[in-house]
Design a protein around this ligand. Structure first.
Ligand code: NDP
Ligand code: 2IT
Length: 443
């Protein structure tokens, strides 16, 4: 197989979907050489088949705003691949959402979910609805209208959505309430539910905690630990907050957080008390990160990203392509030695090359942020069993899963004694799904 011809075909079949093309090329760069050594995958055209979603559902969502005016949004669910389990992946509510972004996310999810070792296929969905500036009642009406349509296509053994950008506990609550009403049943058709209606302990924390566990594994391999390491984090949402929480617990120094308006730089480090302020600011009051700078008297850099700040480790945890070539060069210059991706595909292809040539340890999102969907998988198991495991039990399972993901990266990504975490994650994620697709024959 030849990469350029393969990508030409992808671009022709999916015109204009640049984020999707980017996600595919990143995988193809690693997987095609592997396929060329293992021709059974080429004969069955497995990679081409994985790149075509099983089903793409697009629908209109009409809801009423507080002034009684009808509002119209687009809703999507991309059911990408269910070879190894029900479609599984989050819902994103953000004004930038389009089919390209959801296809990149759904595609990544296939490989990520495979790496978790749990039986979950890949999917993703969402809407161009912007929750910012909407009242609680407006968010509720939107979520109900969105679920009225989506509910026709999901179910505990079919497709199990969860949260992503703009979708947290509040939105999942409204959507699950509507699902349960429409279906007259109480099953695990969504994850990230509240603890009193089938949610799993630690699902809220899981993506951030898992990301830190993955960083620990990488440091352990070079006889280092997180203790005393200067960490820069972007974003201040679900993933960023719980990455910060675990880093603080591990004795690292968290010095930045951001949102779409800019970043705060707190050289003294964010401690548990300051983090409690951030949780209230972001999870309850839904305010801006600049308020932190006013409260604690530190710098706020409007309109900027934190990549020029001197650090040991970076956790990009806001959104896709937030580290381009220049940002990557800034991070290298600022002393960064490890990049652990909390957000999905936060580094551009040029940015990845900069890290590669500087010899940084760089963990791809599909490995490093898989803790969230892994605990979603555990939530599905608990729902099926009708019981709830303890936080300690979930935390131990999460640690084991992140270690296994790390081990798979090392197994499939080691060349000449060096670990290429991208190669490891991409090939390991592919092999499991590909072998199952071979077992099914041409179907
Ligand atoms: P949240 O909505 O909780 O937080 C998102 C954060 O990122 C906010 O601080 C937001 O700032 C910032 N942000 C979002 N879009 C942009 C943008 N275009 N430019 C600058 N800043 C932006 O989302 P999550 O924390 O859940 O998700 C963050 C990332 O992690 C995403 O890439 C998501 O796909 C990924 N992820 C999430 C998982 C989960 O379990 N939630 C699991 C695995 C990955 P503002 O409020 O100003 O918009
Ligand atoms: O990108 C992701 O892995 C998520 N947003 C979590 C998906 C899930 O089903 O928990």
């Amino acid at each position: 197989m030849e990469i350029n011809a393969f990508m030409d075909d992808i671009i022709k079949k999916n015109p204009g979907q640049k984020e999707f093309h980017q996600a595919v090329v990143e995988i193809a760069n690693n997987v095609i050489p592997f396929i060329n050594r293992n021709p059974q995958y080429e004969e069955a055209r497995i990679l081409e088949r994985i790149c075509e979603p099983d089903r793409t559902i697009i629908f209109g969502v009409v809801w009423e705003d507080d002034d009684g005016r009808p509002q119209i949004n687009k809703g999507y669910r991309v059911q990408f691949n269910n070879a190894i389990g029900p479609y599984k992946g989050g819902l994103r509510f953000h004004p930038t959402v389009n089919l390209s972004i959801l296809k990149f996310l759904g595609f990544e999810q296939i490989f990520k979910n495979s790496l978790t070792t749990l039986p979950m296929g890949g999917g993703k969905g969402g809407s161009n609805f912007d929750p910012k500036g909407k009242s609680d009642k407006e968010v509720m009406r939107f979520c109900q209208a969105f679920m009225t349509e989506l509910s026709k296509y999901i179910g505990e053994d079919i497709d199990v959505p969860a949260g992503d950008i703009g979708v947290g506990a509040r939105e999942i609550g409204y959507m699950y309430g509507q699902y349960r009403k429409l279906h007259t049943e109480f099953t695990g058709a969504l994850t990230g539910k509240g603890l009193n209606f089938g949610g799993s302990p630690l699902r809220t924390e899981a993506t951030g905690y898992g990301c830190v566990y993955f960083a620990s594994e990488m440091l352990h391999a070079i006889d280092q630990s997180l203790e005393g390491k200067k960490c820069v984090i972007s974003g201040s949402g679900n993933v960023s907050i719980y990455t910060a929480e675990k880093l603080i617990e591990e004795g690292a120094q968290v010095i930045t957080l951001s949102d779409s308006s800019g970043f705060i730089y707190d050289p003294k480090g964010i401690n548990a008390e300051k983090l409690a302020y951030i949780k209230d600011l972001k999870e309850v009051r839904r305010g801006r990160i600049s308020e932190y700078a006013k409260e604690f008297g530190c710098e706020f850099h409007a309109g900027e990203k934190p990549w020029k700040v001197e650090c040991d480790i970076a956790f990009p945890s806001a959104t896709q392509n937030e580290i381009d070539k220049d940002d990557a060069a800034s991070l290298v210059k600022s002393g960064c030695k490890v990049v652990c991706e909390g957000a999905n595909m936060p580094t551009t292809l040029d940015g990845i090359k900069v890290f590669e040539s500087a010899g940084l340890m760089h963990a791809p999102s599909k490995a490093a942020n898989a803790g969230g969907v892994a605990v979603s998988g555990l939530e599905m198991s608990q729902n099926a069993l009708g019981l709830t495991w303890s936080s300690e039990e979930i935390d131990e399972r999460l640690r084991v899963i992140m270690r296994r993901i790390y081990d798979q990266c090392v197994e499939y990504g080691t060349e000449n004694g060096n670990v290429d975490y991208f190669m490891g994650a991409n090939v390991a994620g592919f092999v499991k799904v590909a072998d199952v697709m071979l077992a099914y024959g041409i179907s």
